[in-house]
Design a protein around this ligand. Structure first.
Ligand code: 0PR
Length: 388
């Protein structure tokens, strides 16, 4: 660090220059992200609550009220009549809290968790931290967890099973209704990771598409992850964890002897109220109709992209259920690398040897059309065939 401070103007102008190196969602070239441009009201709300710390909520009763309201609205969206929860740092922390509760609730000496092959890698971190043994359940032909495989994995050490409502790789929705029955039959917790799908699935019915039940309506569902900083269009960091009822909180609480509240339930201590305010602002600004319109926009572009890819001969890994398209070519890895070099930022998924595109709200039809045009050119110039 230099001895003397520099003027605000100099500092900011340097920061602006450095910021130019970051990619911008507005360019329409970020096709590999589950985050997007926050809603304009979220950006302003975030600034307004920049100093707020929900780690010591007695000092910030306004922020606390906003968190309660946001959780109430999320609970309504997910049919959780008695649900409680928190806005946390992201899907990873939300999944951590869910499994912490499940493990402590079960209180067995060698706890195990059943993870579908398609579960997000955050669960690997969580299981490592919580010393939970991972048991992998296999998928069916449409990349949804096979309930029979789950049932075969259960033994006396099983504390929880994970179901995903919108997998990170394909946007697939596991048969949560079946998992719920299994969880109830065996007295284990079912945690639903709807980090991505939680802000999409509840709005599908309103736009005339099939809706799958994945939430607290199903009695076996103990907890749900649902992230405002993904399809919720809030600012980062905003993950969401909801529990079925307040009894679950007993298993994750830590005493905070000298703070303004007696217990903390989140993993992170000092935590921002800014993205809570931002989430509140998005809910107020959009309402159900606004979310429906956003979901409709993303799904329509997804359908456009997937059908055009198919007509160009590319093979879809599966029919998109949500706004994720995964496709293959004769050399998907090299094609993904070439696309990056040409400024199209897609993901390459090694497990499925495919390219993944997440059709987030920052994308427009013109971006999809420009991508398709470049894709064909790039594939051709590197002798990559659309078909396998
Ligand atoms: N569960 C699911 C189903 C997820 O998709 C993710 C993240 C998580 C949990 C973990 O959430 P946090 O990252 O908030 O802790 N899914 C994205 C992914 O892995 C995260 C992401 C976001 C990646 C933006 C890239 C990016 O640019 O694809």
């Amino acid at each position: 660090m230099q001895t003397k401070g520099r003027s605000k103007k100099t500092v900011l102008s340097e920061l602006r220059k450095i910021r130019e190196q970051d990619l911008k969602y507005e360019s329409g070239r970020i096709l590999c992200s589950m985050c997007t441009i926050p809603h304009p009201s979220a950006k302003m709300a975030h600034q307004l609550f920049l100093c707020s710390n929900l780690g010591d909520p007695g000092l910030f009763p306004g922020s606390l009220q906003l968190e309660k309201e946001v959780i109430r609205k999320l609970a309504d969206l997910l049919n959780g009549k008695k649900s409680v929860g928190f806005i946390v740092s992201g899907g990873t922390e939300a999944n951590l809290l869910a499994l912490l509760a499940a493990r402590n609730m079960a209180n067995v000496s060698n706890p195990e968790v059943i993870l579908p092959e398609s579960a997000h890698f955050s669960f690997n971190k969580v299981c490592d931290l919580l010393r939970l043994k991972e048991v992998q359940a296999s998928l069916d032909s449409s990349y949804r967890v096979d309930p029979l495989s789950v049932e075969r994995c259960i033994n006396k050490n099983t504390v929880a099973v994970i179901g995903t409502a919108g997998t990170a790789e394909l946007g697939a929705i596991d048969p949560i209704n079946k998992l719920s029955e299994i969880a109830l039959d065996h007295g284990i917790s079912l945690h639903v990771d709807a980090a991505f799908g939680g802000f999409i699935i509840p709005f599908l019915k309103g736009i005339g598409r099939d809706e799958t039940s994945f939430d607290f309506q199903l009695e076996g569902v103990k907890s749900i992850t649902v992230d405002p900083h993904k399809m919720g269009m809030s600012t980062i960091p905003a993950g969401g964890i909801l529990f079925r009822d307040s009894a679950c909180l007993e298993y994750i609480k830590t005493e905070t002897p000298y703070l303004t509240e007696e217990f903390q339930y989140t993993f992170v201590g000092t935590r921002t109220g800014a993205s809570v305010a931002a989430t509140w602002a998005v809910f107020e600004s959009l309402g159900v109709e606004g979310f429906q319109n956003t979901v409709k926009h993303c799904i329509e572009l997804t359908m456009l992209l997937s059908s055009r890819l198919e007509s160009r001969g590319f093979q879809l890994v599966s029919r998109p259920t949500l706004n994720i398209v995964a496709f293959r070519s004769s050399n998907s890895k090299v094609l993904a690398e070439r696309l990056w070099r040409h400024g199209w930022f897609v993901s390459y998924v090694p497990r499925l040897d495919c390219i993944r595109i997440v059709v987030m709200p920052h994308l427009r039809r013109r971006h999809i059309m420009a991508f398709l045009k470049d894709l064909s050119k790039i594939a051709e110039s590197h002798n990559i065939l659309a078909s396998l």
